[in-house]
Design a protein around this ligand. Structure first.
Ligand SMILES: C[S@@+](CC[C@H](N)C(=O)[O-])C[C@H]1O[C@@H](n2cnc3c(N)ncnc32)[C@H](O)[C@@H]1O
Length: 208
């Protein structure tokens, strides 16, 4: 099943994630992503933006940033588009596009974000996405990756169990993956990791 078919149903309920797992502002991965960005005018690509949670959070907090969110799922993009009017934010653009074949020139973006995507795609698609992220990122730019992380707290393990139940068989192995080595294979070097609720936010730069 392709991402588009998968997300026909998921789009209807997807934003529950932000109202439950990521509801605490101080430890939300959405806010951690914003904290990494400077105040200078930035061009940001939110690859696989889904319903636009990160794209809108960044655009709202950094009014001088230009944020482009792309996704392959019409259903997810429709949800994101509905928010465009509601949130009164003018510095976000949403585009239907395959992240494996981006229609942007080389070194176009200061920041590329890939949030909650890599754990659920095939190794082939991972290679294509990270290859495209590397191509469109400026040499001094930042790749920001948000991914699930097994919580230490006993109280958080039960809600996290529900996440695991909805994920594919390889999810447990992905959680155990040594991330520095994982990204090194695709030409990125890890510079920072922020641990958030149920997730970690990793900051990477292109290696030389
Ligand atoms: C779990 S959602 C993550 C959404 C969002 N980034 C977030 O942090 O909430 C994964 C998204 O990846 C999108 N996706 C999967 N493969 C894609 C591809 N090849 N090109 C663009 N989007 C893709 C799906 O349509 C879906 O919206």
């Amino acid at each position: 099943m392709g991402a588009d078919e998968n997300y026909q149903f998921n789009a209807k309920i997807y934003d529950v994630l932000d109202r439950t797992y990521f509801r605490k502002a101080a430890s939300s991965p959405r806010n951690a992503v914003i904290s990494i960005l400077g105040d200078e005018p930035l061009k940001v690509l939110d690859m696989c933006t889904g319903t636009g949670a990160n794209a809108f959070a960044i655009a709202g907090a950094r009014r001088n940033a230009k944020v482009i969110g792309i996704d392959i799922s019409d259903a997810m993009l429709q949800k994101a588009t509905a928010k465009l009017g509601q949130e009164g934010i003018s510095n976000v653009k949403l585009i239907h596009m395959n992240a494996a074949n981006l229609k942007f020139p080389n070194e176009e973006f200061d920041v590329v974000l890939i949030s909650l995507v890599l754990h659920e795609i095939s190794p082939d698609l991972t290679g294509q996405l990270l290859g495209e992220a590397r191509r469109v990122l400026k040499n001094a730019g930042k790749l920001i990756v948000v991914e699930w992380e097994e919580p230490v707290s006993r109280f958080k393990r039960i809600p996290f169990y529900l996440v695991k139940k909805t994920e594919h068989a390889g999810f447990e192995n992905f959680l155990k993956c040594e991330m520095e080595q994982y990204f090194f294979r695709f030409g990125f070097e890890m510079t920072q990791t922020i641990h958030c609720d149920y997730t970690k936010v990793m900051v990477l730069r292109k290696d030389d």
